[in-house]
Every structure is written in structure tokens, then in C-alpha cells.
Ligand binder design. Structure first.
Ligand code: CO
Ligand code: CO
Ligand code: CO
Length: 310
């Protein structure tokens, strides 16, 4: 039986569940965990927390409460666990939320993440799928984290590019979400495991509209395109590609750029649809706050394919 107060649930592939408490308050609930993406334990904790908090920001909400989830191998040193948790706590603090407990189990592979609870006014909930013809798409972080973490694992990444990568993944989407709140945004999601093309596809799925991404305007992390052209591409990018290939058309896109579009992101930016007239102003307001945002495409009212990459 459907509960009329469940505003966003299972069936919409959205970032988080949303439950109306009363006309002024709805609860946002989300959970996200993953294995280490970097070697440093503290940094991993920060990134996992930033990623988990991001789904609340993507719904337009404010995170308030978080619970740790840890899957720990038996032989993992206590100091490593403490560092991971310290990274998580610091990010949650930065978000203005609190960690109120958690759960730990033994597992073969280390995984860490959070279940996050946030709040929002029911009338202000931003779902994935409210795009309208004439909207522009704005992305608030560069892409390429899957390719670069793959390169880092085999020690190919320069210190400088590694620092850029880590800074981007550990950055909260808090400021981007706050700025977004001042505009008439039609839809929002965050770019994570399905890659930019996959999450863009989710935004237009079933709407009878087409998202056109101009791949040359998509911000990319330093060295990500170079590694992509050398074939340093995570398995997830191929899975993403085969999963949504049927919905995507590409027009004269260099292969390395194409691979970037399917690259699975960790703690990626917000992908925002809003009226074209506001897109440049939103991007500028974000740039003023040090956010590397860009207008990357538009929504068109015809359906040649769900996503066109040109
Ligand atoms: Co999400
Ligand atoms: Co998520
Ligand atoms: Co959403």
C-alpha cells in the first residue's frame, strides 16, 4: 500500500527517499557506502562522508543527522579505523550535521559510509525528473574521478593531479546546494556511479525530452582525459556504457571524451536543470564562491535519443 506521505520512494531512482511529516517539514533519508578509493584512511573517510551527504543536497535539503556504517576486515589496525571515522566526522561537522552512532560488522573487504537524515520543506523538494524543455544543465564539479583513482592505484598520477582529485572528491556540495536554492531549479541530482551520461539519462528518462551535452564544455579534472586516451578506464565505465548505450547518441565525440562521459564518479557534483536565462548567472554565482561549475548542455523538447553527446 502506498503511503501518501512518501513523496519520493523506490520507483523514481532518485538520490534519497523523502517523507512528509507535515506541511512545513519532510524527512530526507539516504545511505551510501563504498570500499576505499584512495590509500589515505582520513581522506577516504572524508570522501565517503561527502559522497553520502551529497544525496541530501541533491534533493535540495539540509543534512542534520548521520550514522556510520563500517564493514571492517579482522586484521585492520585500530589506528586506520580511527582515521577513517575522523575523516567522516570532520565532513559531517563541516556540513553542520552530527554523527549520532552507527553500526559495524566484520567483512572481507573494507567499506565505509553513512546513512544521512536531512530536512526540507515539502514544497522545495528537488527531484531528478522535473526537467522542462528549454532548461540548461549545470554541473558543479569536474568529472574524471573514476579514471584518476584507477591511475592512482597503479601509481601513475602526479602529486599535483592527485591533490586536485582528492580536493574535488572531498568537497561538500553544501555551497553549491545553497546557491542553487536561490534559483528556480527544475531538477537536480548528483553525479556518482552511473557517470555523467547515466545520471543525465535518469533526469530525462520517461519525460519525452532529450538532454544534449556539449562535451567540450564539461569541466574535467587535470590529466583525466590524457589517461582516458591511454586506455586507463575503470571497468565501471564500460558497464555504464553498455547499460545506457541504447539511449545515447554521440556526434563526432573523441573516444577519450566519450569514455569520460561514462566514467563512474565518486562524490561528484550536482547536476542542475534550470531555465536557460538563469544558467549563466547561477554558474557565475558559484564561480564567485570557488565552485568549478559550468553550463554543459540543454534540454530539448524532442526525442531522437534520451541523451545526445556532441
Ligand atoms: Co545521488
Ligand atoms: Co547515493
Ligand atoms: Co534527486
Amino acid at each position: 500500500m502506498a503511503d501518501p506521505d512518501l513523496m519520493v520512494g523506490f520507483d523514481s531512482n532518485d538520490d534519497a527517499a523523502v517523507y512528509r511529516i507535515d506541511e512545513n517539514t519532510a524527512l530526507i533519508q539516504t545511505v551510501d557506502i563504498f570500499p576505499p578509493v584512495v590509500d589515505d584512511a582520513y581522506t577516504y573517510g572524508q570522501i565517503a562522508a561527502a559522497n553520502a551527504l551529497s544525496d541530501v543536497y541533491a534533493m535540495g535539503g539540509t543534512p542534520k543527522l548521520a550514522l556510520n556504517i563500517c564493514c571492517l576486515p579482522e586484521n585492520l589496525p585500530d589506528s586506520t579505523i580511527r582515521e577513517i571515522l575522523r575523516g567522516g566526522i570532520d565532513k559531517v561537522k563541516e556540513a553542520g550535521a552530527v554523527i549520532a552512532g552507527g553500526h559495524t560488522i566484520q567483512d572481507h573487504e573494507l567499506k565505509y559510509g553513512l546513512s544521512v537524515t536531512g530536512f526540507i520543506k515539502p514544497s522545495e523538494v528537488l527531484t531528478n525528473n522535473g526537467v522542462q524543455p528549454g532548461d540548461c544543465l549545470v554541473l558543479t564539479k569536474p568529472i574524471g574521478t573514476g579514471i584518476l583513482t584507477t591511475a592512482a592505484k597503479v601509481d601513475l598520477l602526479s602529486q599535483e593531479s592527485y591533490e586536485c582529485l582528492v580536493r574535488s572528491m572531498a568537497a561538500l556540495n553544501k555551497d553549491a546546494a545553497e546557491i542553487m536554492g536561490h534559483w528556480d531549479v527544475h531538477a537536480c541530482t548528483d553525479v556518482t556511479g552511473f557517470g555523467l551520461a547515466g545520471h543525465t539519462k535518469e533526469m530525462v528518462a520517461g519525460s519525452g525530452q532529450t538532454a544534449v551535452i556539449d562535451c567540450r564544455s564539461v569541466p574535467v579534472l587535470p590529466d583525466a582525459e590524457a589517461f582516458a586516451s591511454e586506455g586507463i578506464i575503470p571497468a565501471g565505465a564500460y558497464r555504464n556504457r553498455s547499460y545506457i548505450e541504447a539511449f545515447v547518441k554521440t556526434q563526432d565525440v573523441p573516444l577519450a571524451k566519450e569514455d569520460l562521459m561514462f566514467d563512474p564518479q565518486t562524490s561528484g557534483g550536482l547536476l542542475i536543470a534550470l531555465p536557460a536565462k538563469d544558467a549563466a548567472n547561477l554558474t557565475k554565482a558559484m564561480g564567485d564562491q570557488g565552485i568549478d561549475a559550468a553550463v554543459i548542455g540543454e534540454i530539448l523538447p524532442f526525442k531522437e535519443a534520451e541523451v545526445i553527446i556532441k
